[in-house]
Design a protein around this ligand. Structure first.
Ligand SMILES: Nc1ncnc2c1ncn2[C@@H]1O[C@H](COP(=O)(O)OP(=O)(O)OP(=O)(O)O)[C@@H](O)[C@H]1O
Ligand SMILES: C[C@H](N)[C@H](N)CCCCCC(=O)O
Ligand SMILES: [Mg+2]
Length: 235
C-alpha cells in the first residue's frame, strides 16, 4: 500500500554518538521500511573511509545502504569521497594530502535529491568528526539544511555520549527528529535508558533496534516497522 503521499519528510541525516554505533544498520533498516511504504528513497554516505572493497562500491557502508534502498545511483553521487585510511576526513587530509571536497558533497546531495523523494544521509563517526579545520559533521548537516536522527548504543557509557551529541546539535541549531537506540550489545534496560535519555535531553526516543541476525528485506522491514515510531520520524 502506497502511503508515501502523506510523508512530509524530505531528507534525513543519520548521525551517531560514535563510530560503530550502528548508523549503517539503522539507515539500512529505515531505507527498507520506507521503500516498502512506497517511498522513492535514496541513500548517501558523503564521506567514507577504510579498506576499499574490490568489487562494486568502494565503501561497504554504501553497498549495504544501496542494497537496502535498492538504488544503483552513481558512486560519485552516493559517496563523493572515500579515504583509504580508517580516519576522519580531516585526519585523512593531513596524512594523505587529499583535501575533503565539501562543495562536491553538497552538489552531489542536491543532485541525489532530484532523483529521489527522500534521501537518507549517513554520517561518519560521531557528529564532531572533523572534515576541515573548524568544519565538522555538524557544519555539513547545517549546510544540507536537513534534520537529524541520533543513533546511540545501549551499553553503559551511552548516556554521556548521547547527552553530549544532543547538546552539540543544539549548539549548531540542528533540528533533531529523535533518538534511536541500537540495542545490539548488552547494556542498560531499554525502558530505563529511554526514560533517562528523554528526560535528560528532551528529545523523543523513536524506538530501539535489537541485535539483527538477518539483514534481509523481510527481516529489516519487520524489525523496523515493529520497533520504530515511523509516524513521528516521517512527519
Ligand atoms: N542492530 C545490530 N545488529 C547486529 N549487529 C549490529 C547492529 N548494529 C551494529 N552491528 C554491528 O556493529 C558493526 C558496526 O555497525 P555500523 O557499521 O552500522 O556502525 P556505523 O555507526 O555505521 O560505523 P561508521 O562510523 O564506521 O559508519 C556492524 O558491522 C555490525 O557488526
Ligand atoms: C573508518 C571508520 N569506520 C569511520 N568510517 C570513520 C570514523 C572517524 C572517527 C573520527 C574520530 O576519531 O572521532
Ligand atoms: Mg557506517
Amino acid at each position: 500500500m502506497d502511503t508515501s503521499k502523506n510523508i512530509l519528510l524530505k531528507s534525513l541525516f543519520i548521525a551517531g554518538t560514535d563510530t560503530d554505533v550502528g548508523k549503517t544498520y539503522i539507515t539500512a533498516g529505515l531505507a527498507v521500511v520506507l521503500r516498502k511504504m512506497g517511498v522513492d528513497v535514496g541513500v548517501m554516505k558523503p564521506f567514507a573511509a577504510g579498506d576499499a572493497q574490490k568489487k562494486g562500491y568502494k565503501s561497504e557502508d554504501v553497498e549495504i545502504l544501496s542494497s537496502a534502498a535498492q538504488t544503483c545511483d552513481p558512486e560519485n553521487l552516493v559517496n563523493p569521497q572515500f579515504f583509504l585510511i580508517p580516519a576522519s576526513p580531516y585526519t585523512a587530509w593531513k596524512k594523505l594530502k587529499i583535501k575533503p571536497k565539501v562543495s562536491t558533497v553538497l552538489s552531489s546531495f542536491k543532485k541525489l535529491s532530484k532523483l529521489h523523494k527522500v534521501i537518507l544521509v549517513e554520517g561518519m563517526g560521531g557528529i564532531m568528526t572533523p572534515i576541515l579545520k573548524d568544519y565538522y559533521i555538524t557544519n555539513l548537516i547545517k549546510e544540507m539544511k536537513i534534520p537529524t536522527v541520533i543513533v546511540t548504543r545501549s551499553k553503559i557509557g551511552t548516556v554521556n555520549h548521547t547527552v553530549m551529541t544532543v547538546k552539540m546539535c543544539e549548539k549548531y541549531k540542528i533540528p533533531i527528529k529523535g533518538i534511536i537506540i541500537n540495542d545490539f550489545e548488552s547494556g542498560y534496560p531499554i525502558k530505563d535508558l529511554t526514560r533517562d535519555l528523554q528526560n535528560l535531553t528532551g528529545i523523543k526516543v523513536l524506538g530501539s533496534i535489537p541485535f539483527i541476525q538477518d539483514m534481509s528485506d523481510a527481516s529489516l522491514n519487520q524489525i523496523f516497522k515493529k520497533n520504530i515510531d515511523l509516524k513521528l520520524l516521517l512527519k
